[in-house]
Design a protein around this ligand. Sequence first.
Ligand code: G6P
Length: 606
Amino acid sequence: MCGIVGFTGTREAAPVLIDGLRRLEYRGYDSAGVAVSDGGTVNMAKVKGYVKNLSEITHDGADLKGRIGIGHTRWATHGAPNDVNAHPHLSSDGRFAVVHNGIIENYALLRQELTGRGYKFASDTDTEVVAHLLELYYDGDAKRAVMRTAARLEGSYSLGVLCSDGRLFAMREQSPLILGLGVGENYFASDVAALVPHTKNVIYLDDGEFAELTPDSVTVYDVLGRAVEKPVSRVTWDVEAAEKGGYEHFMLKEIMEQPACFKATVEPRIKDGRIVFENFDLTDEELHGINRVIITACGSASYAGQVGRYIMEELCRIPVSVELASELRYRNPIIDKHTMLIVISQSGETADTIAAMRECKARGARVLAIVNVVGSTIAKLADHVIYTWAGPEIAVATTKGYTTQVAVLDMLAIYLADRLGLMEKERYDRLVDALHAMPGQIQRAIDLNRNIGRLAKKFCRHNAIYFIGRNLDYAVCMEGALKLKEISYIFAEAYAAGELKHGTIALVEEGSLVIALACYEPLFDKTMSNIEEVKARGAEVLAVALEGSRKILSKADDVIFVPRTEPVFNPIAQVVPLQLFAYYVARERGCDIDKPKNLAKSVTVE
Ligand code: G6P
């Protein structure tokens, strides 16, 4: 939800900022803008739409002179996505320019107060109050104005503040903000993706902190303005990881990266045939004290949790529920110290997930986070973290983020079952061997479906697509349907196949498309019956089945085959062709695959 960048150095700032915004565009693409200065006038350009529009009107930034600057790419919350509401926003006297990610929750009151003091508002945004407050509190010292302004703000923000006297500030409260340390130049950004082209040395700001940047120094302050020593971290991936590398879209690249990402997530955690987690060290007593597991997350991460639930209950014999974070946080949940909360998040910054986690932690739950982004808020707040080493994920619709989350959940279930004394050695060894084989199986799932574009062409004009399955198949249906709807805009929904008769089958008619997942073998025959039922009502059936399954050929109109793996790992291989199917359907329909309408990758507002 919105990306911000800042730069100070001896070269022109605008081209650097625009390049940074391009790398953050996954966070929102309603408008883009930059403000730069050399100390004196602030030069600004902002425009509705993609960063490329900004690039066009400024000739890649060449028209804007100034070596200090801030930039923004927007996902609109307050005010329509237009030029006027685009950031940066200026104070009335033009002294301050501000970019913001988050929501200023008390903006209405502040706006009223400032209007009463004679300030004129140019936009409908919550952000503009920040610019006017800075002006109100400026007494010749921009740092003091920043601190006084911060004291008035409620809500979440990462803010970039450019003062026309040449000073540059970055402030953080419940929204991500990272400082980049260069040589003779320094930067800030919402995500390291915008920093890695310049530096791998970064500082993660904490809530309540702010920083002043000059070309030669970065000083971090606490809320009272006292300098704080911060550790410098090294980013472990290269700039190429966040580029398309010859693929038409990030999404396709990220689908293809899945064998390698699975390997990176799993292999380092298998030592001498045993699963070992680097930061999950429960004593036996603590472990046996857990009487239930709650998995909480949003979007695809919650669907990864659905897969995890089936596997964990099956292997660990412990009750597991999956709760949408946006619901859990407001439900007065019944939780105590015997609850283990598993929080799943690619970005580690999803606002609802963070709030649910805080709520449950306050009630005594032990929190284990499965997160991709190092140093993110969720990673910081959790008691234990297991990182998914998927590398930077840029496409808004997650693929490798999801499969690596499932990979961690698989490993966790095996690990816990073993520690609880519920797994025989032979089965443990077989599963660990199967984990080693999975990168090859994921690759096979890709290779078996090289011609899936043909099926996409055949089915891309449907208005509604029903996904059905049972048990693990049902869990995968949820992700398959979400992938399709978010990037192709086709109505798609997952249904537990056994529930069809209780309503949904009323929608099935001649020519309806049903995607039936039939990989969960214990219930294969039941799913076959459901396939018969929808076919009897005229539906076309595209089945997803295990390689070698013959019976399916006589029932389904088309079949997507996936390799046979250990049954608990089937979802990982199964989801891959569904990702590819969604990708090619969206492509056939001419959709903007990496930047679907109305969505953003990192949902840092409620
Ligand atoms: C957005 C993304 C989804 C993601 C969800 C949760 O909706 O588009 O791909 O699953 O947020 O994000 P998180 O970063 O917490 O996994």
